[in-house]
Design a binder for this molecule. Structure first.
Ligand SMILES: [Zn+2]
Ligand SMILES: [Zn+2]
Length: 341
């Protein structure tokens, strides 16, 4: 029986899930960001200004969904120089447009750039004491856990820019997702396309999704380079966030994936013209289909082996740019064929 990893029905909507505006340290207004992204074919932008959850429902219309979010950062508490300190960043996107209460709020600390002036627009639970951020496995996990409990989609951002290693991020629990590519940092020269970090997370047992996002600020080179294709029944806030929570998306810097399913022991991928399509498995085995003299790869079926841990797909275009799927663990879909039992 065919099992779709990305649903067969619905429409793909192009999304930038990490973005800054002049409400914090970005260079453009929320309205300008909407206009710029819509001109490039995007239907969804998550507004994740630093430290302030702002209501952007006024930007939503029949052709555009503005997701409300914020980015929370926790600096390593040490005497190192500024540029040597680790600095954990997490994006939180409200699953419900009416959820405008910012978790982990501190009344006076942690505000930078224009967030200093715009924090007056933030709502928070006034019965709670000021939330003190702690840079440790427990401290970051606590932020992720509180965000998730309060109805947010929680993404772990740009490990390379943050100077974090596996010793750090393998200890963070309760994220939904991580950035496999933070395009803003990548375009500024950071090694921030890191599917190895995603594999490390998966191999350590975390069942998390991956996205690509721009994290655009002021420079135009940080715009429009890494996006997430969300498949949803409709272009409305809840349909989009439901698809996020359910992992009904893939991400890309170029190639398109139109079909991804499992049937009779194989994973099938249909895609735009590819130089290579790769299946990663979580063990020391890869399956690769390469373009040849007959032309590009547009459709491939990879056999799944019973000892694979999970499968995830990379589609590589002729320009070297890639699309990446989420990981799917064998115990959620695999039916061994008789010969493999
Ligand atoms: Zn950040
Ligand atoms: Zn950011």
């Amino acid at each position: 029986m065919r099992k779709y990893f990305i649903t067969d029905n619905g429409t793909f909507y192009k999304a930038n899930l990490h973005c800054h505006t002049d409400l914090s340290d970005g260079g453009f207004s929320p309205e300008d960001v909407k206009k710029m992204y819509m001109e490039k074919g995007y239907s969804v932008v998550a507004y994740t200004d630093h430290d302030i959850l702002i209501d952007h429902r006024n930007l939503c219309d029949e052709n555009f969904v503005a997701l409300n979010g914020f980015e929370i950062e926790t600096k390593e508490d040490c005497d190192k120089p500024k540029y040597e300190k680790k600095d954990n960043h997490i994006c939180m996107i409200a699953l419900d447009p009416d959820n405008l209460i910012q978790p982990c709020w501190h009344r006076t600390e942690y505000f930078g750039a224009n967030a200093v002036f715009n924090k007056v627009f933030v709502k928070y639970d006034e019965s709670l004491p000021d939330y003190v951020r702690v840079y440790s496995h427990e401290g970051i996990t606590d932020i992720m856990t509180k965000g998730r409990e309060k109805g947010f989609f929680v993404t772990y951002n740009h490990p390379t820019w943050s100077l974090e290693t596996a010793l750090d991020y393998l200890g963070y629990n309760n994220m939904h997702c991580m950035e496999i590519c933070n395009y803003g940092a990548y375009s500024e020269g950071f090694c921030e396309y890191d599917d190895r970090a995603y594999d490390e997370m998966l191999r350590s047992g975390k069942r998390i999704y991956c996205i690509m996002a721009d994290d655009n600020h002021t420079k135009l080179n940080t715009f429009f380079g890494g996006w997430t294709m969300i498949k949803a029944d409709n272009l409305d806030y809840k349909s989009i966030t439901n698809s996020l929570v359910n992992g009904n998306f893939y991400c890309s810097m170029g190639p398109e994936i139109t079909d991804l399913y499992y049937e009779d022991g194989r994973v099938y991928v249909r895609c735009s013209d590819a130089r290579r399509v790769i299946m990663h498995t979580g063990v020391r085995r890869h399956a690769v289909k390469r373009a040849d003299e007959n032309g590009p790869v547009n459709f491939v079926g990879f056999k799944v082996m019973p000892y694979d841990k999970y499968i995830r797909i990379t589609v590589e275009g002729y320009d070297g740019l890639c699309a990446e799927t989420n990981a799917y663990f064998l115990d959620e879909f695999y039916e061994p064929e008789e010969e493999d039992k």
